[in-house]
Design a protein around this ligand. Sequence first.
Ligand code: FAD
Ligand code: SF4
Ligand code: SF4
Length: 463
Amino acid sequence: MANMSPKKVPIPEQEPQVRNRNFQEVALGYTAEQAIEEATRCLQCKTRPCVAGCPVNVPIPEFIQEVAAGNFDEAYRIITRENRLPAVCGRVCPQETQCEEVCVRGKKGEAVAIGRLERFVADTWMAGHQPETPEIVKKGIKVAVVGSGPAGITCAGELAQLGYDVTIFEALHAPGGVLMYGIPEFRLPKALVQREIDSIRKLGVEIVCNVIVGRSITIDELFEEEGFAAVFVGSGAGLPSFLRIEGENLNGVYSANEFLTRSNLMKAYEFPKSPTPVRVGKRVAVVGGGNVAMDAARTAKRLGAEEVYIVYRRGEDELPARAEEVHHAREEGIIFKLLNNPVKVHGENGWVTGLECMEMTLGEPDASGRRRPIAKEGSNFVIGLDTVVVAIGQSPNPLIRQTTPGLETERWGGIIVNEETMKTSKDGVYAGGDVVTGAATVILAMGAGKTAARAIHEALEKR
Ligand code: FAD
Ligand code: SF4
Ligand code: SF4
């Protein structure tokens, strides 16, 4: 008999006023008893709508049934048949718009906490096991993967499992993409990311860091000189957009990308142990309303800022960030200045002193479907600040398209692919993740990596 409680079993969390001064994880995870209790809320629906809601089709009812029975190792085996990064996805997937959105229990109460259960299963497995080295029959065919974010890692794992010799080339000094350099430690501990990447290495995938494809070696050279039979490009969307307003070049103005990379990947918060300080001062404004903006604001608070503002030109209903992230940011004392648009960064002696904004109202919906912000004449005001972080979007770095003849891209830089196969306009080259869609989600990037791996395998089988 299912547990008919309309609410999810709550997940223990650090207190907001404690956690906003440390970088340890906010959510502490279920105990075994809590996980079993939550798992018994699943109705084991025959139609399995939740599975269709997951971009990589995790067999959700099957793994939850094993959790309910206390068979946590079996639950892990079931999840990892389809998802190679369950500890990551259980934490950062926007479940409320994917698997949990279509959960039948969500019609009269809260959906089953699928993400929390996935996280519990992955964490429990990792606490008791080392990554396994499976027996794989090698094909002797080389495939190159550009970028070690979720798209590249997933594509590499799938192909290695099928027997290909896969090498990932990564521009940075550590693999993981945004999982390492973008999403903060307090949402996604880096040791966990590296553990899940280790399990991909155990499949035989070689990860070569500090190689910038397009500069150290081109895609054509990978085919012609290195003997790769196919290339998957999962190079993400790491080029930040700027406001293009006066004063943006002042010291103390960061792109969210630089701010978060210094803090997360280079552990600026351990300064002076780490040589990559970020200057936050007492008052910080983060411009933007997405997940990246929430991460930057919450990081600034943890780095010691007393007042941290989110400055966003639309209203509450238009905030693109996950509701959970907005809620956590508010709990931690982030101040939301909605319907305000920055028009100038003020400074003195080369350093930021303030951000001039105009108040906005909302007009009719624009091409994006969101209501268009309209400035109120004469409403200008200045917020006194030490630091401004710009988090208004990213696009793909142009290096690969500039150095790969025959690779067609959109005007904004995204690589054009056939969505069924992720094949590009260039023979033997496939692409997926943010470099195709623009900034999106971890699980969509993983889904694209999986689709591409299937298509690469089919194409190489036919050779
Ligand atoms: P990436 O993760 O960007 O990885 C691309 C990799 O390619 C990088 O390691 C990069 O260094 C490397 N690379 C780039 N160019 C080259 C080159 N020329 N040669 C070699 N290597 C190269 N999504 C969620 O689902 N949930 C969240 O909570 C969430 N929060 C986010 C928070 C932040 C701060 C950011 C920035 C993004 C967030 N996202 C979130 C989005 C998500 O992280 C991305 O959609 C996802 O990581 C895209 O995966 P990817 O593999 O396409 O690219
Ligand atoms: Fe849900 Fe993400 Fe897990 Fe899929 S991978 S079941 S979308 S939490
Ligand atoms: Fe369980 Fe919800 Fe999936 Fe039904 S839809 S099987 S209740 S998780």
